[in-house]
Design a protein around this ligand. Structure first.
Ligand code: PFF
Length: 453
């Protein structure tokens, strides 16, 4: 294997890395999943548990993956080969690349719906008496529409990735992330200035410990994984574009803060408006694609805010999708010597094709599901990624550092850069003992939970 240090692209600035990685973390998981999970699992009680999950599990794991990437200057497969030559640990990287492939294949389908809604919400809000559920159903049960929108979204993703780390990922993250932040702020102000908004705030943040059970912890831990883009090589890949003395623990701190902030903000934008206009919060896609358009239809200037909301959703999805495609692209470039263009275009097309069954899951393949493993094809892809691949990937990466590469090496690598924030013994303790136990628990409980229902 050649040494990539010489000609590898690197982030042009610290902010570039932070915003690109925050772009990966901030996605559909923050904007539709976090708010309804919080509402369902006891409001502030869930938020406290989620924050614990982020600090005790998410942050140490993010640092771990970033360090593996920076130390090796390679894609996830090459990283493990480099740090543990001649052994099978590279399979952990391979699992990450595979997981990226699976997640992206269904992520583009939901992202495609979001793009479609930028104009559908316009029509829905301006047509009095329209049935919002029927609008959404007609989109997802159509054969061609979901496929076409997923293709549009994939083309956008490919065009950013093929432009490179600095000219593609970093450049677009620096443009899109501030826009995303501003849109969310505008929506929060609109939502909270509606009469009756406080009912929604109450629903969202009132701590209700009667809703807290083992499931709540499971939900918080797996949400932290997905939301922070952990367990599949995104941070190994993005970390590999950091230079030798770039600071890591502080940058990772920024990334988890931004991700958590946007998740919390999404709830502050959504629930006050939903309650103020007399709706009940639904769960899952129903909240975003059916309830919210109905809410916008009742709201002064609803067309404007509705379109803005779906632009927000599409931007959040785009900056996450690029990180998923980058993992697969980096693997082909580093391990197989492919050019960036060839790798991103070809893999983009293959992943898009792999996602077609998920896109057809509500039309041609309607009713097709695996018992226990989700309610439809898209849900089944999501089940494998969320309940299995991500936690297993994170677990093995922690064990690798804890017992193979060595936490001492990792800590030295972390504290190389000048940093106000240093990691040490506590981090090592978490990585070696606490995190493997916690993740093991998540995996077992997740599987048990799915089959019990
Ligand atoms: N973090 C993204 C979200 O919250 O929507 C999703 C995601 C992106 C998960 C990249 C995993 C990943 F590697």
């Amino acid at each position: 294997m050649s040494d990539f240090k010489g000609n590898r692209e690197h982030w042009a600035s610290r902010v570039g890395f932070i915003l690109a990685a925050a772009g990966s973390a901030v996605g559909l998981g923050n904007i539709w999943r976090f708010p309804y999970m919080t509402g369902e699992h006891g409001g502030a009680a869930f938020i406290v548990i989620y924050l614990l999950a982020v600090f005790l599990l998410g942050y140490p794991l993010m640092v771990n993956e970033t360090l593996i990437g920076r130390a090796s200057q390679r894609d996830p497969v090459g990283a493990f080969k480099f740090l543990s030559p001649g052994r099978s640990w590279w399979l952990v990287g391979a699992l990450g690349v595979f997981t990226g492939f699976v997640i992206l294949s269904y992520y583009v389908v939901v992202a495609g719906w979001s793009i479609a809604y930028i104009y559908k919400v316009f029509i829905a809000v301006s047509t009095p008496g329209i049935n919002h559920e029927a609008v959404f159903k007609s989109l997802i049960t159509s054969v061609w529409e979901p496929i076409i929108w997923a293709a549009v979204f994939m083309i956008l993703t490919i065009s950013i990735i093929s432009a490179g780390v600095v000219k593609g990922i970093q450049r677009w993250s620096l443009i899109l992330m501030p826009i995303l932040f501003i849109i969310i702020l505008i929506l929060i102000i609109r939502s909270n200035t509606l009469p009756g908004a406080s009912d929604g705030l109450f629903y969202y943040i009132k701590p209700d410990f009667s809703h807290v059970s083992g499931r709540t912890f499971l939900a918080a831990l797996s949400q932290a994984f997905f939301s922070l883009s952990l367990g599949m090589g995104v941070f190994i890949t993005y970390g590999s574009y950091l230079k030798d003395h770039d600071e890591i623990p502080g940058s990772n701190g920024w990334i988890i803060t931004l991700d958590t902030l946007v998740a919390l903000m999404a709830g502050f934008a959504i629930f006050p408006a939903v309650f103020a206009l007399g709706f009940k919060p639904a769960a899952g896609p129903g909240l975003v694609f059916i309830t919210l358009p109905a809410v916008f239809a009742q709201m002064p200037l609803g067309i404007f805010f509705g379109v803005l909301f779906f632009i927000l959703l599409a931007i959040a999805a785009l900056t996450s999708a690029i990180s998923l495609l980058e993992v697969v692209t980096a693997w082909l470039m580093d391990e197989k010597g492919w050019s960036r263009k060839k790798a991103s275009i070809l893999m983009g097309i293959i992943i898009f094709i792999a996602g077609i069954p998920a896109a057809l899951g509500y039309s041609i393949f309607n009713g097709f599901s695996f018992p226990g493993l989700g309610t439809d094809i898209l849900d089944t892809y999501d089940w494998f990624a969320n309940c299995l691949f991500l936690p297993v990937g994170g677990l093995l990466a922690a064990i690798f550092t804890g017992y193979v590469w060595g936490t001492k090496q990792a800590i030295d690598e972390a504290n190389k850069g000048k940093t106000g924030l240093a990691i040490g013994k506590f981090w090592s303790f978490l990585i070696r003992y606490i995190i493997p136990l916690l993740i093991f628990g998540i995996i077992i409980m997740g599987i048990y939970d799915s089959f019990k229902r």
